[in-house]
Design a protein around this ligand. Structure first.
Ligand SMILES: NC(=O)c1ccc[n+]([C@@H]2O[C@H](COP(=O)([O-])OP(=O)(O)OC[C@H]3O[C@@H](n4cnc5c(N)ncnc54)[C@H](OP(=O)(O)O)[C@@H]3O)[C@@H](O)[C@H]2O)c1
Length: 374
């Protein structure tokens, strides 16, 4: 999209469109979050957002909410309007039919069926189309990182989450990790689980902690699919995950070396067993992400443990990190750090993330850092 200059007033309306979009966080997958504002003669006459997959797109919602005839007005929208027939008809049709004179767009839609086509159609209809760059464009793109990565690569966005002590340990030398972070930090993790399409752990974490991996916090609208990386398909049928597989889906990623009796037993218990090819764990992570993406998983909260996180890091598949640091000192020569990988020899070789947020949560510090932007 070739950017143009927008006025301060334009920027304010786009900001509002982005703000509206964000109110549907965790509710729109596999669709993006989108917000729209319609302004006529300097006055906002309609606002809308895409509230849930299957429901009206933001542009149509804003048109429906209009308090005045939208003919001749300006539409501000956080994402390029769609031009294809999906579960709902193309927004480009609705915009043209309503007689909108000008459309200001904050970010592109990288899906092959969009990628600028919507803007071209609007221009062909004689509508003035403007795009922005700078902070507003970045904010609009950051809103939809899972959607954007999935549209470009077919894989989920991977968000690595960990809770560590002041001395960088995520468990004691005996493997105990409950609980390093405070209750409010754990509630935050539950909120993130509900916002992601999937939550993943390695088999050792599943065996040691026997987690449920569901989102257990007030007001949660949906549960993530739960994924266990388990080469040998050794997750016990008595584990909390397997016992609850009929209520909230569980997927298990194993290698071809897994015994047929184990995979059959898990399948019979309701687990979706994904057999991944690849000579090593990194290659199998690669295969697993393709498979998960193909099953519609656009975002995955990777909750460890350190071994699995190390494989994801070496496969260059961590997009964002959210690290809680708690004011306790665990010590222990054998106690693990957040990521166990081969690592670099020189600090200068270490991958550097962009720290995007620091937040105090009771006694913990939460650092959010982005390794890649889509
Ligand atoms: N504080 C925290 O935030 C936190 C979070 C999570 C866990 N923990 C702690 O971390 C410890 C466990 O972590 P860990 O590093 O020992 O183990 P882990 O990362 O939970 O599991 C590692 C195992 O995952 C399997 N795996 C890895 N890649 C795979 C792939 N591509 N496909 C299939 N399976 C794959 C392998 O199992 P195979 O051996 O079968 O190949 C590997 O040994 C526990 O003490 C837990 O309490 C702490």
């Amino acid at each position: 999209m070739a950017p143009t200059t927008v006025t301060e007033r334009d920027a304010r309306h786009l900001e509002r469109a982005i703000e509206l979009a964000a109110t549907a966080r965790g509710l729109t997958s596999p669709n993006p979050m989108v917000g729209a504002v319609i302004v006529k003669a300097g006055r906002v006459i309609g606002e809308g957002l895409h509230a849930r997959a299957g429901e009206a797109h933001a542009e149509r919602a804003a048109l429906e909410a209009c308090a005045d005839d939208p003919a001749g007005s300006t539409l501000y929208v956080s994402l390029e309007p769609c031009c294809h027939q999906g579960r709902t008809p193309p927004c480009t049709d609705a915009i043209a039919d309503a007689g909108i004179a000008r459309v200001v767009v904050a970010s592109d839609d990288p899906s092959p069926k969009a990628a600028g086509r919507g803007l071209g159609i609007l221009r062909d209809e004689g509508i003035e189309v403007e795009t922005v760059e700078g902070q507003l464009a970045v904010a609009a793109r950051l809103l939809n990182q899972p959607f954007r990565k999935h549209a470009r690569t077919g894989r989920p966005l991977v968000i690595f989450k960990s809770a560590m002590s002041l001395d960088g340990k995520v468990a004691t030398r005996a493997g105990d990790s409950q609980w390093i972070s405070c209750e409010a930090s754990r509630a935050r993790t539950h909120r993130w689980r509900s916002e992601c399409d999937a939550v993943a752990v390695g088999i050792h974490t599943a065996l040691i902690d026997d987690p449920l991996l569901t989102a257990r916090v007030e007001g949660v609208a949906r549960q993530p699919r739960r994924v266990v990386f388990d080469s040998e398909a050794s997750l016990p049928l008595t584990s909390q995950l397997v016992r609850s597989a009929h209520e909230v889906p569980v997927m298990l990623v194993c290698s071809r070396a897994a015994k047929r009796t184990s995979t059959d037993g898990l399948r019979n218990a309701g687990v979706d067993v994904i057999v991944c090819t690849g000579q090593n764990e990194a290659a199998r992570v690669d295969c697993a992400l393709e498979e998960l993406g193909g099953r519609g998983v656009q975002s995955m909260l990777l909750e460890g443990g350190p071994h699995l996180a190390g494989i994801f890091l070496e496969a260059d598949e961590i997009d964002e990190a959210r690290m809680f640091i708690a004011p306790i000192v665990v010590g222990g020569r054998g106690a693990k750090g957040a990521i166990e990988a081969e690592g670099v020899e020189l600090i200068g070789q270490a991958p550097r993330a962009l720290a995007t947020d620091f937040e105090r949560i009771d006694d913990d510090l939460l650092i959010t850092a982005r390794l890649r932007e889509w």
